[in-house]
Design a binder for this molecule. Structure first.
Ligand SMILES: Nc1ncnc2c1ncn2[C@@H]1O[C@H](COP(=O)(O)OP(=O)(O)OP(=O)(O)O)[C@@H](O)[C@H]1O
Length: 388
């Protein structure tokens, strides 16, 4: 089964409905090409109401194209896009951005400089009467805790406050989904975490579905109720943050979402072994005999000085709370290991390398993760095969 097919199957029975209520945003077989460049290819994704989905992937993988298609800033070449159950783009139909129930928050906020905070928020509410417009503006400014700055102009606000105005403006018309394109990237590190927490809390409080594009792996994992990892215009994996990190579907996801090292390994009679010895048992693989690669993350690798070991610490990087140790194994391959702040093994120290207890490492066959023995890897099967 291809990854795309498996993602579809996993959303059964109806990809665009969640217990009767339509999903907030649905892409069905959506393709967008720019000449010969692939923006997105046969994209299938259903985002239930109330979720906050993070979109992540390398530069050029199609994140912004996905948002722009949802917003109505691009027309798909093929496929169907639905917002809150309504078709907004397909072969025949195309609903313009201002008529879609989507709100947008961009990296640069795009506030109108000549309008006050209240003016900026009221701007998208022109279909309401004056009284209702004022009341709704007051409500969303309360929500983002900016009521006291309603009469200021954007240049009189901090970056974090401008971001909150942009969010209030996006939320004011009660959109079915808010699309956020790297909304925190122009904020400095110390402010970013606070603004991020405020934004997530505001979206939750408003009960609004969000799709957030980010370059930052930690942000994708910590903010999203679901993380969508893209590559080359297609979805590699769409899952909970825990699954994406702990059970990556592919070699690419394993290496893109956090640090990962790969070692050739073998599963024989339910025992996973590689160059560092026995890694773990693999329940349910009692009859298997198969060569795989094992994915080891630095927090799963334990070190202990051992003069008899041929593995050596080859580099040490100080990261503050933790210290990253690079270890060169007898084969010349390198593994990384996070050690607590107080532990520093000098370069050249011989170390025994083991896997932290309780680790259930991901196994790869080629570039895909496997959770059960592949066909043809059973010892029983092989012993019953007639000799050639
Ligand atoms: N207007 C355009 N004209 C031609 N090609 C485009 C256009 N917009 C996007 N592309 C191409 O489509 C692909 C996807 O671009 P997109 O902007 O969606 O990627 P991205 O994942 O958002 O990248 P980044 O992280 O760098 O912002 C890229 O190969 C890009 O060069």
């Amino acid at each position: 089964m291809t990854i795309r097919a498996s993602i579809r199957a996993h959303r059964a029975p109806r990809p665009d409905h969640d217990g009767g209520a339509p999903a907030a945003l649905v892409f069905e077989g959506v393709t967008k090409h720019y000449g010969s460049a692939v923006g997105v290819e046969s994209l299938d994704l259903a985002i239930p109401a109330g979720e906050l989905v993070t979109l992540i992937g390398p530069s050029g993988c199609g994140k912004s194209t996905t948002l722009r298609l949802a917003a109505g800033l691009e027309r798909p070449n093929a496929g169907t896009i639905r917002v809150a159950g309504d078709v907004v783009a397909d072969r025949r139909r195309f609903v313009y951005p201002e008529q879609r129930r989507v709100g947008l928050v961009f990296q640069d906020y795009a506030l109108f400089p000549h309008m006050t905070v209240a003016g900026n928020v009221e701007f998208g509410l022109d279909r309401l009467g004056r009284g209702e417009r004022r009341a709704r503006t007051g409500e969303v400014l309360d929500l983002v805790r900016l009521s006291h700055l309603a009469d200021r102009y954007p240049h009189e606000l901090s970056g974090g406050e401008q971001q909150r105005v942009a969010l209030a403006r996006a939320l004011a018309p009660r959109p079915a989904v808010v699309l956020l394109d790297e909304p925190f990237s122009s904020l400095d590190e110390s402010l970013r975490a606070q603004v991020r927490r405020d934004t997530v809390a505001t979206l939750k409080e408003a009960g609004t579905t969000g799709v957030l594009v980010t370059h930052d792996q930690t942000e994708a994992l910590s903010v999203g109720t679901r993380v969508v990892v893209m590559r080359g215009g297609v979805i590699e994996q769409a899952d909970t943050p825990e699954k994406v990190f702990e059970q990556p579907a592919t070699r690419f996801v394993a290496s893109f979402m956090g640090d990962a090292d790969f070692l050739p390994a073998k599963v024989h009679r339910a025992l996973l072994t590689c160059e560092i010895g026995v890694v773990s048992t693999v329940p349910g693989w009692a009859d298997a005999d198969v060569d795989v690669d094992v994915v080891l993350r630095p927090h799963e690798v334990a070190l202990l000085p051992d003069p008899a070991s041929s593995a050596r610490v080859s580099a040490v990087e100080y990261h503050g709370a933790f210290v990253l140790h690079y270890v060169t194994l007898a084969s010349g391959r390198t593994l990384r290991s996070w050690q607590p702040h107080s532990v520093r093994h000098p370069v050249g120290t011989p170390v025994a390398v083991t896997v932290a207890p309780g680790t259930t490492p991901t196994l790869l066959l080629g570039d895909k993760a496997i959770t059960s023995p592949p066909p043809g890897s059973s010892l029983k099967q092989r012993s019953s095969e007639p000799a050639a």
